[in-house]
Each structure stands twice: as structure tokens, then as C-alpha cells.
Design a protein around this ligand. Structure first.
Ligand SMILES: [Zn+2]
Length: 458
């Protein structure tokens, strides 16, 4: 009886275990990539966020509405857990802003205040400008050389696909105001960190240095920076500047977190993030509604798999990237679990196609890298063997705590034409390109979560 029973039962048991055996990771990755290409969710999410919430300046009522939006959307996607983690910040709120050339040829200038800038007096500042065509020339000016002047830096940022021109030019905006103030300037203007030739200026955060006077600072549109260069070449130029931003102390923002628990090693976490906040000029479609849409869709696809990957996939929608607050807040709150976060990446470079993935050096040339390359090839992306320089502003703190990061390179050739401008709106997003980026992120995330690879350098 027993023999017969076993003989009868064995084919059934074999069939059952075959059905339950994990399929090869590459098969699952390819399947989830195909599902992402067909899934309209990523475009629908960014359409919903930019339409129903609009701009989402950190620490404001709009930010709080964005968080409610995120909780509702993620809550309907099949995650095991959706929650928020709050952190304090000082909100900065734009006010009236205008500028004009007073002499020699009166005319309006298109500019916008930098995030964090102090206001001018209520009736503005009028002064002669001191114009520098490069930031290095400003830094070479001696103490007191800019006394009573409005400092203007017109250095251009360089257009490249991977966006490296932005990082190179970033100190002009971040540190420039305090460097000018140390030399006596009463206000600071820079050429927008942008690669366009339209008259929409690009905002972005500054960071005042300790000990330097805090002076008002704004970004000129590219054509207006050109105009000041031509005027300054002809003789002295006087400019009037009015900025009326305000701050709100004791504001708060939230990181929104969702998890799909792993089936075998749930304590190990693959973290993918994007930032929910945006600047206030546009509706934050490419920065970073697109990233929110990508990672939320990837999380949804993984959460709803009949068989979850081995490791947990955690989605984090960071609340105040533009103000440099959410990454440090998340890193400080999660330092204790840094060992368990096996890999992190952030989607914060627009809505265009991913063309390359850069992996931690520990897995360079590994079977994991080969499997990923094979999965990405049909999607039109490759594994770049170089090490990632960084993974994104919000995961920088985790990286410093030892968390390995990967970088998924999207085509950013025209990203800085509209980044941080009033033109960052939904119409700039191509749903098919966004779906491709979502598919690459899905395949990458799935493979990392299904593997038992240690991404940490030995
Ligand atoms: Zn961003």
C-alpha cells in the first residue's frame, strides 16, 4: 500500500514542487520588465500628482497634500506596509521677485530667487554690478573688492547626457552668495544653472556659509545673463533687485515609505527612492514626479507578484530633497539598519530612457552583472562597468553609512533645459520613455532582491 501510494503520489509531488520552485531570476526579471512596459501606471501617477497636487514645496500645505496623495496611491498598490516618517525643517516660501537695469538702458530682467535666499528691503536694492564671466574670477577678487556692489557670475553650465555639467557648476549657486558677501557684495546674481536659451530662470537651493553676511540671491535666465555681459562690456551698469521670500520656522515634512516583504530573507532590504517634493515654479513633473512614478510602479509590480523576491523591496518617497533635508533625516533615523540595506538607488533625473546601469564595484564582472546585462539588452540599456559616483542626494547619507549604491543613468541631454523652471510640467514627459525607465528599474530591482549577492566591497 505504502509503495503504491508513494508511486502514485510522487508525480503529483514533483509537479507541485516544480510549480513552487523559484523560476530563474533572469526569467522573473524579464517578465517584470515586460509587465512594466505594458503598465500605464507610471505615466498615470505623474499625471495625477502634477494635476491633483501640482507644485510641492517642502514644508508647505502643498507638501502635506502630496503626502496624503502618496499614502492613498501606495495604500492601494498591495504593499505590506505604508507609513510616513516626519522630520522638522524651516520652510522657505517665494514672494514677489523682480529686477531691472536702471542705467544705462532701463529694461526688465527675468530672474527668480534662489531657495533659502533672504529678502531684500521692501523697496529693494539698487547698486552697480560687478560682473564675472567665471566663478574662479569672483573667488580671485579680494576682500572688500565688491563693497556695495551686486555681484553677477555668468559662467555657463555644460550640456552632457549624464548631467555632470550641473555638479561642476553647482558651487556657483550653492556657495556663490556667501563668497560674494565675504568680499563685500550686497546681493548676488548668477546665470541660471540651465542649458536652455529661454527666458525662464532656474531656481535651486543656496547654502549660506557660517560667518558670512546673508545677502539676497537670484538666478537670471540665460538670455538676461548674456544681456548683462554685453551691457557690462560697454561700461557701468546699475541694477535694482526686489525679492520678498519668507520663511516658516517649525514646519515639517515626511518621508513616505512602502514595503513589499521578501519571501525568504525579509530582513535584507533593497531600497529604491525618489523625491516627492518639488520646486514651486512648475509642477515638478520631471523633477521629480517622474521618479516618484517610476519607483511606485516598480514597487507595485513587485508587491503584486504571485511569488515575491527573496529580499524586501522598500520604496521611499523623500519629502525635502530640494531643501537637502530628507536624505539626512532618513539617514539619521535609519543608521542602525544600514547593514541590512543591501543596495540603494534613487530615481531623480527625469522621465527619459535609462541607457546604462552602474553597479557597486563589488559586483563588477560578476554573474549578477552578466544576468542584469542580458536582461537590459532588449530594453536598450547596458551595464556600464564604471563605478557609480553617487546614487542620489537622498541616499547619500546611507551611502556614507556604508550602504552600496547603484546608479541608473537616464538620458539627461535636455534635462537641464527645464529643470527647476516654470516649464517643468507634464507635457514634457513621453509616456513610452517613462515606461522604459520603469522597466529597467523593475528588472534591476527584482534581480537585486531575488539574488543573494553581497553588494558591499570586501
Ligand atoms: Zn530632483
Amino acid at each position: 500500500m505504502r509503495m503504491w501510494g508513494a508511486a502514485l503520489l510522487m508525480p503529483l509531488a514533483a509537479a507541485l514542487s516544480a510549480a513552487q520552485a523559484p523560476e530563474p531570476a533572469a526569467t522573473g526579471a524579464a517578465r517584470i520588465a515586460q509587465a512594466a512596459l505594458r503598465d500605464p501606471s507610471s505615466y498615470a501617477l505623474v499625471e495625477s500628482l502634477t494635476t491633483e497636487v501640482g507644485q510641492r514645496l517642502a514644508g508647505t500645505a502643498a507638501d502635506a497634500r502630496a503626502v496624503e496623495w502618496a499614502k492613498a496611491k501606495l495604500g492601494a498598490m498591495g504593499f505590506d506596509d505604508v507609513h510616513t516618517e516626519s522630520f522638522p525643517l524651516t520652510a522657505w516660501i517665494r514672494g514677489a521677485e523682480s529686477a531691472e537695469v536702471v542705467a544705462p538702458a532701463p529694461q526688465k530682467l527675468a530672474l527668480t530667487a534662489l531657495g533659502g535666499s533672504v529678502a531684500t528691503d521692501a523697496d529693494g536694492i539698487e547698486a552697480e554690478i560687478a560682473l564675472f564671466r567665471t566663478y574662479a574670477e569672483l573667488l580671485a577678487a579680494s576682500q572688500g573688492a565688491l563693497a556695495g556692489k551686486i555681484a553677477v557670475v555668468t559662467q555657463r553650465m555644460v550640456r552632457v547626457q549624464h548631467g555632470g555639467g550641473y555638479g561642476a557648476a553647482n558651487p556657483i549657486r550653492r556657495a556663490g552668495p556667501s563668497e560674494a558677501a565675504k568680499r563685500g557684495a550686497v546681493a548676488y546674481l548668477l546665470r541660471s544653472l540651465g542649458t536652455d536659451d529661454h527666458r525662464l530662470p532656474h531656481t535651486g537651493a543656496l547654502s549660506y556659509a557660517e560667518g558670512a553676511p546673508r545677502i539676497p540671491a537670484a538666478a537670471l535666465s540665460n538670455p538676461d545673463a548674456d544681456q548683462l555681459e554685453r551691457l557690462a562690456a560697454r561700461g557701468p551698469v546699475r541694477v535694482r533687485l526686489l525679492l520678498a521670500p519668507r520663511t516658516q520656522e517649525n514646519a515639517q515634512s515626511w518621508n513616505v515609505v512602502a514595503e513589499a516583504k521578501g519571501r525568504a530573507r525579509p530582513e535584507e532590504i533593497v531600497l529604491i527612492g525618489a523625491h516627492l517634493d518639488s520646486w514651486d515654479l512648475g509642477t515638478g513633473a520631471i523633477d521629480d514626479g517622474a521618479g516618484v512614478a517610476i519607483v511606485a510602479t516598480v514597487g507595485k509590480l513587485i508587491a503584486s507578484l504571485p511569488q515575491r523576491p527573496q529580499r524586501t523591496v522598500r520604496i521611499v518617497l523623500f519629502g525635502a530633497e530640494e531643501m537637502d533635508r530628507s536624505g539626512p533625516a532618513y539617514g539619521a533615523a535609519h543608521e542602525g539598519e544600514a547593514r541590512r540595506i543591501v543596495l540603494a538607488s534613487e530615481a531623480d533625473f527625469g522621465a527619459r530612457r535609462v541607457y546604462a546601469v552602474l553597479l557597486p564595484t563589488a559586483v563588477a564582472g560578476s554573474d549578477f552583472a552578466k544576468a542584469l546585462a542580458a536582461t537590459l539588452a532588449p530594453l536598450g540599456a547596458f551595464v556600464d562597468p564604471r563605478a557609480p559616483l553617487g546614487g542620489g542626494d537622498d541616499i547619500h547619507q546611507l551611502q556614507k553609512a556604508g550602504v552600496p549604491v547603484a546608479y541608473l543613468g537616464q538620458n539627461g541631454l535636455d534635462y537641464f533645459d527645464i529643470h527647476h523652471t516654470a516649464d517643468d510640467t507634464l507635457d514634457k514627459i513621453d509616456a513610452r520613455e517613462l515606461a522604459q525607465a520603469t522597466a529597467v528599474w523593475a528588472a534591476f530591482t527584482y534581480l537585486a532582491a531575488e539574488s543573494d549577492v553581497d553588494f558591499r566591497a570586501k
